[in-house]
Design a protein around this ligand. Sequence first.
Ligand code: ATP
Length: 477
Amino acid sequence: MSESSPASMEAIVSLCKRRGFIFQGSEIYGGLNGFWDYGPLGCELKRNIREAWWRAVVQRRDDVVGLDSAIIMHPRVWEASGHVEGFTDPMVDCRCCRRRFRADQVCEEQGLKLERGLDGRTLKLPAGVRCPACGAAELTEPRSFNLMFKTFVGPVEDSSAVTYLRPETAQGIFANFDNVLSTSRVKIPFGIAQIGKAFRNEINPRNFTFRSREFEQMELEFFIRPGTDAEWHEYWVAERLKWYASIGLPEGRLHRYVYGPDELAHYASACVDITYEFPFGTQELEGIAARGAFDLGRHQEFSGKPLQYFDPETRERFVPHVVEPSAGVDRIALALLCEAYREEWVPTADVPGEPRPAEPGQPLPEGYEARTVLRFAPCIAPVKAAVFPLLKNKPALVARARELYESLRERWPVFYDLQGAIGRRYRRQDEIGTPIGITVDFQTLEDDTVTLRDRDTMQQIRVPAAEVADRIAAAIR
Ligand code: ATP
């Protein structure tokens, strides 16, 4: 595979399962479509994404505060937000094979466009659309399907007890606007950020974790003075692109999709999706929308409570406008895995030598072996370093390696491995993206230096053991 050709999804899915990043949800019962479980490495990866976001969006700023609101909220929230009425996807059934699809996706895949009925609201299938599964031209007309998961609160399952699992975290922020305003000393412009699970009963979950039914969002509602929408929207698009670069998603494979006037919600003045070139197509990681006063206005109307900001300087009272960057942790994790995944040919003896992209179908050149490597940016790598005693049957080596390992793991997730040849141990760490390998050998016992091996270049250098922690810290920064 060349540097530029995309990795195959199968290879990435298989690595994720084999090395404990991502498992199919409820796998021992045959799986549950649209649900995924993150294993030991996957949950570290997600934690690193969340932490990088929280640091950039909340902790390193003085105009954003955090929130952690309940997943289940009063059902009126979802009426006010518009989700009960309008959070739907158009669904079609195949009369022939009885499968169910999202009408817009089926049309798009066949180069067609969903049409509007004469009333301008109902959707109609264009002529010639076929079932993507069995090929029959037997699809029903689209019907609206609400994506919210319904549930009941309390012991009685009647209509008064119905509510929903949140389909986005944002509404918890709007509903707490006044609580936050009156308890923290925020002044406009300011933001409230939240990370948490969201649930959507997607008609057709697909592309591994990309479209799941349970996923995690990182959302910021940034409240601003009306009239400053365009500049703050631009600001946040630029900030968010910088953040993606900082976690190792290069500008070259990120794109902005700017919504045209006919694609915007009626209350929105601008919307940009940040998309990434996944192996299955260029798709959304995050949406950044300027939503005006719509959300606070609706909650004000439905709750009967004023949701306004009083500016002590100008003595004005107004409903703030909002800019909302809304990102998905799972999609970012998947993009990072796709970006990091490489199949390479590397010199056999673990001596310095350049790795090169594997050429599928070609024989391995003499003196080379194949490796799979995840070239994660160190700040998001699940394991930061691995410590290896050169030989496992030399107690002095084992003791020194163990000591070093124990001091490092006070600060980072670090791995300790004494099984097998040193080359194989490096390979195992390459495959999970550990940036630094540290080998304790006989020279260590003499002068307390160790070998540091770089995952990407495979170059090895000798450094005093006392410097190792600083070097890991520098790499992560
Ligand atoms: P799509 O058009 O792909 O369904 P959306 O525009 O409905 O996404 P938003 O409502 O803007 O998505 O949600 C914000 C973010 O939440 C998305 O950019 C994405 O990262 C994440 N997200 C939304 N739906 C899913 C899902 N089904 N699975 C995983 N992540 C999701």
